[in-house]
Design a protein around this ligand. Structure first.
Ligand code: MG
Length: 397
């Protein structure tokens, strides 16, 4: 079997300069997510991705970052989806079955893909379909309802769509000669006279079309879309972590918080750069993953850590947390300091922390408060920071 991924979208409906297949959900391009699911099918021999010419290089860069079990080819598509698929098939290796998937359907489970494959093998052509729940009307150009097709006969058709190779190639060639334009492969194959069977599709197999779909996508990733509604599963997919750190203020040391060097007459005492904020974030991440604390991973007794920038610790902590199977969802922090005023530096702190954790800046919050002159922070003896982090179970690779 060979797979074709149709990635021809322009992003017109997303109000975005970049086509939606290149935008990220959960820190990963939509196209890459779709490719991962397709490449995970055991009997796929090759994947061909058809793209607008202007985006072939970008897709190659994304694909090239990962090593794939199967060869992945990025090729220039045509002016329509149908023509793009036809050209992609022309570049594909010979195969008994051809599976066509939308680049903007990143959440189709590999198990559904295999069901479609099995049905195509049996019937010649198969597609996933879900019953329509809205009433569907035929409407005139002037906006008058003309007819109400019986709803029990109506299904929304998803991808991947799979056909015996000879059936799909012949149908596409015939449609090209006759000038027939279908909105998907199943339309073209049926128009050409071949039966197409349906298998039950999945509600989570959404097509990313509108900006709202990115929010729905995040819900699907977090498992909150209902597929994983059991309390045990919920407990297993999300974890919270907390971190707290104190350092004393002394003369002759730089003041570094969130990787930003802040002009002040004193700085924080410590073995590393004593960045209390970054230390609290490290502890929150390690805590969420139950991996111990920063002292365990970067001991004071280690001379190599002397005066080290703490953002380097945070980068390592992110790797450790990811290796343990967790993805960082968001981090919220509070710095407790009587002086100096920190608000001018907070955006840079957020940017530094986000960069070190490789998450979008909107997932990182930095706040600060005085303690109204109370406590050690209020008396200017030191600065402390607290952080909470939410981790979600990473997708199996
Ligand atoms: Mg510390």
């Amino acid at each position: 079997m060979v797979a074709v991924i149709a990635a021809g979208g322009s992003g017109a409906r997303m109000n975005s300069a970049r086509p939606k297949q290149f935008l990220e959900i959960g820190g990963k391009p939509v196209l890459l997510r779709a490719l991962e699911k397709v490449a995970a099918i055991r009997n796929v021999r090759q994947v061909v991705i058809a793209l607008p010419r202007a985006h072939v290089a970008e897709a190659r860069a994304i694909v090239g970052k990962t090593r794939w079990r199967v060869p992945v080819l990025c090729v220039q598509g045509g002016p329509t989806r149908q023509e793009s698929v036809r050209r992609a098939i022309g570049r594909a290796a010979a195969a008994d079955l051809i599976l066509v998937h939308d680049a903007v359907r990143p959440f189709c489970e590999t198990s559904l893909m295999i069901e479609v494959l099995a049905a195509a093998w049996r019937y010649g052509a198969a597609v996933p379909a879900i019953p329509v729940t809205d009433t569907v009307q035929r409407v005139s150009k002037t906006g008058r309802v003309l007819a109400t097709p019986p709803r029990e006969e109506l299904f929304s058709i998803q991808t991947p769509q799979c056909c015996r190779s000879g059936v799909l190639k012949a149908a596409l060639e015939r449609a090209r000669t006759a000038g027939f334009a279908g909105t998907d492969e199943s339309s073209v194959v049926r128009w050409a006279g071949h039966p197409v069977h349906i298998v039950p599709g999945a509600a989570s197999n959404i097509k990313i079309t509108l900006p709202m779909d990115f929010h729905i996508g995040e819900l699907i990733l977090s498992g909150a879309d209902g597929r994983t509604a059991s309390p045990q599963r919920e407990a297993a997919v999300q974890r919270i972590g907390h971190g707290i750190d104190y350092h004393t203020l002394v003369e002759g040391r730089p003041l570094v918080l969130g990787g930003v060097r802040i002009p002040f007459e004193k700085g924080l005492q410590g073995h590393s750069d004593a960045d209390a904020l970054t230390h609290a974030v490290c502890d929150a991440l390690l805590g969420g993953a139950a991996l111990g604390d920063i002292g365990k991973h970067f001991p004071d007794s280690e001379p190599a850590h002397r005066n080290r920038p703490s953002l380097e610790f945070l980068r390592e902590v992110r790797s450790k947390v990811e290796e343990a199977g967790w993805r960082i969802q968001n981090v919220d922090t509070t710095i407790l300091a009587q002086r100096p005023r920190l608000s001018p530096f907070m955006e840079q702190m957020r940017a530094n922390l986000a960069e070190a954790m490789q998450v979008p800046q909107l997932c990182v919050s930095v706040k600060a408060t005085t303690t109204e002159g109370m406590n050690s922070e209020g008396r200017g003896e030191g600065i402390s920071a607290q952080a909470v982090a939410l981790l979600v179970r990473a997708e199996p690779a």
